[in-house]
Each structure stands twice: as structure tokens, then as C-alpha cells.
Design a protein around this ligand. Structure first.
Ligand code: DGY
Length: 329
């Protein structure tokens, strides 16, 4: 596209995002149609908006971009920019088939998400949910030698499944806790093995040996419900399971049963199925399941950086330049 000679792209933005990111799109003279709300755009509204003319879509992880949306947008749709590193909400194979580039926002959220993962590890190992509940509910009794005792994080063996950007950042942090890092995934990371003495192991070994198990792999057909009862049973009874990635990696009924039956010690989740998890869901009421509402990347700086990177990708596509962070598969 030559923006000086052709008419500006009409961009559908599915959510209110930081002003700085929208200003970048305005400065590039793009014609914006913003769903001006902090709540998700209803799916029917999205389909209707894109069918009335959409050259580019700026979306977030709660928008389901499937064949129906792509069909509604038709050939006019030239690119999709998602303000997230995960892109499992987009039918990427279908986009690829239709020649529609997709960009995402890796790197900028790595450190913040790793911070949250470590918070989940600490909270789940050291029973923060039960502990804070006792303070709030007034059941905080006297100090007892074995009261609220959990599992140590320092010196623990940590098993990471999927040693990508975030996995590596979590490993770095937990190495500073003197943890022993083992990992499994589709790729080996020699630098990490060298620097942190991390060991690449088979998944069965990881599940058997790890005190703390953390999946940090993308959600796809291969990883959907990867953590089921067979995996929880393969872990130590004292194991702590932490999921900062995607809820659908886990068979949640099996996780609930594993927690209730004492197959594992506890869980720390930043992601669930569905999101939000209803407040009467049994996992919410399970004392050894610490849950955060998908806030892994939720710092002011990081969310702004994600929104800005999503805009940079979109403007690059408009100007016919290479996308800074395209999805590559
Ligand atoms: C992402 O970007 O995929 C994260 O889940 C947002 O925190």
C-alpha cells in the first residue's frame, strides 16, 4: 500500500486500548472504528463491523477470530494485529491460507508475565489463599508450630514445559532461589543449560521429579488438555502446579479432582476455562487452588508497550513495511 496515493485503511479496533497506541494509528491517518468500551465487543457486533468494511483488525485475546469473521471481512481484510503474545483466539491456519498476515506482541510482556508466574509459585507453595482467607474471615488463630505450613520454593526442582521467552525468564528468576531447573519442550535452549545448569529431560521424568510444574507452552491442538489426571497422578503428591499460560492446557475437572484427592499439593492459576471463572466454581472454593484473573502481563508499562507494538505492526502493514513481530509458523 502507498498511503499517500490510496485511501486510508479502515481499522476496526475491538476494545478501548491505551491512547498512545490509538494516537499512533491516527497519526498514520488511518480511519478508526473503535469499540469504545472496556468490555468485549459482542461477537455479532464484530462480525457486523468487519462486514461493513475493514482493511485491518486490531484485536485482543478475548475476540474469537474464526472463519465466520474472516468470511464477513472478505478480501478487503489485509492484516490482523492482536495485542497479545498468544494467538490461539485467531484461526491462524485459515489466515495463512487466505494470505492474511497476523502480528502479535511477544518480548514486551516477557518479564512482567514471569514476575506473575513467580508470584503464583510463591502463593501456591506457601498457601497464601488459605492464609489470607484466615485473616479476612477472622479464623486466624494463634501461631502454631505447623500452622499453614507449605512447600519451600528455594532449593526446589522446577519443571518447565516449553522453554521459550517466558519460560526462560521464569527459569532465571527461580535459579536465583537456588532452584534446580529441568525442562521439556520442542526446542532445547543451550544458553540456558550453560548459564543456569538447566537440564533438558523427558516429560515423564519431569513430572516425576519436579516439586513445581509450570507449563509455559502455547495452546494448540497438541497441547489442549495436556494436563489431565494421568499427568497429575504422575507428579509427586507434594507437587505444586502453576499455570500462567492458557486455561485450556488443563483438563480442569481433573485438576479439581487431583487437588481434592491429594494427588498434588496445590495449584496456582492465572488462567482458567472459562474466563472469568464464575465465583461459585468449585476451583474458586478449593483452598489449595490460588487463582488470579489473567493478570500475567498487567502492569501499566507492559500493557502500554503491548498496545503500542500492536499499533506499530498495523502501521507497518499499512505502509507496506515488514511487520516488527509477525506470527511465524
Ligand atoms: C497474552 O498476551 O497472550 C497474555 O496472555 C496476556 O497477558
Amino acid at each position: 500500500v502507498n498511503p499517500t496515493t490510496s485511501s486510508p485503511w479502515r481499522v476496526v479496533v475491538t476494545r478501548r486500548v491505551p491512547t498512545k497506541a490509538m494516537d499512533m494509528l491516527r497519526d498514520a491517518n488511518l480511519d478508526l472504528d473503535i469499540w469504545d468500551s472496556d468490555n468485549p465487543m459482542p461477537h455479532e457486533a464484530l462480525v457486523e463491523k468487519v462486514s461493513s468494511g475493514c482493511d485491518a483488525l486490531y484485536c485482543v485475546l478475548t475476540d474469537k477470530i474464526g472463519k465466520d469473521v474472516l468470511d464477513a471481512a472478505g478480501e478487503r481484510l489485509k492484516m490482523i494485529s492482536t495485542m497479545s503474545v498468544g494467538y490461539n483466539h485467531i484461526d491462524y491456519p485459515e489466515c495463512k491460507k487466505r494470505g492474511i498476515p497476523v502480528s502479535h506482541t511477544p518480548n514486551v510482556l516477557t518479564e512482567t508475565t514471569a514476575d506473575t508466574a513467580v508470584a503464583l509459585v510463591l502463593a501456591a507453595c506457601r498457601r497464601f489463599k488459605e492464609a489470607t482467607a484466615s485473616v479476612i474471615e477472622g479464623t486466624w488463630g494463634t501461631w502454631t508450630p505447623m500452622g499453614m505450613c507449605g512447600q519451600d520454593v528455594h532449593d526446589a526442582t522446577v519443571g518447565i514445559i516449553g522453554m521459550g521467552r517466558i519460560g526462560s525468564a521464569v527459569a532465571r528468576r527461580l535459579h536465583a532461589f537456588n532452584c534446580n531447573i529441568i525442562y521439556w519442550g520442542i526446542e532445547r535452549v543451550p544458553q540456558l543449560e550453560e548459564k543456569l545448569d538447566a537440564k533438558f529431560v523427558e516429560i515423564d521424568y519431569l513430572l516425576k521429579e519436579a516439586d513445581i510444574v509450570i507449563p509455559l507452552c502455547p495452546l494448540n491442538k497438541e497441547t489442549y488438555h495436556m494436563f489431565d489426571m494421568s499427568k497429575f497422578k504422575a507428579m509427586k503428591k507434594s507437587a505444586v502446579f502453576v499455570n500462567p499460560a492458557r486455561g485450556e492446557l488443563v483438563n480442569q475437572d481433573d485438576l479439581l479432582a487431583a487437588l481434592q484427592q491429594g494427588e498434588i499439593f496445590s495449584a496456582g492459576l492465572d488462567v482458567t476455562t472459562p474466563e472469568p471463572l464464575p465465583k461459585d466454581h468449585p476451583l474458586v472454593k478449593t483452598p489449595n487452588c490460588f487463582i488470579l484473573p489473567h493478570i500475567g502481563s498487567a502492569s501499566m508499562g507492559t500493557r502500554t508497550a503491548m498496545a503500542v507494538l500492536a499499533s506499530e505492526n498495523l502501521v507497518a502493514a499499512y505502509k507496506g513495511k515488514p511487520l516488527p513481530t509477525p506470527v511465524r509458523e
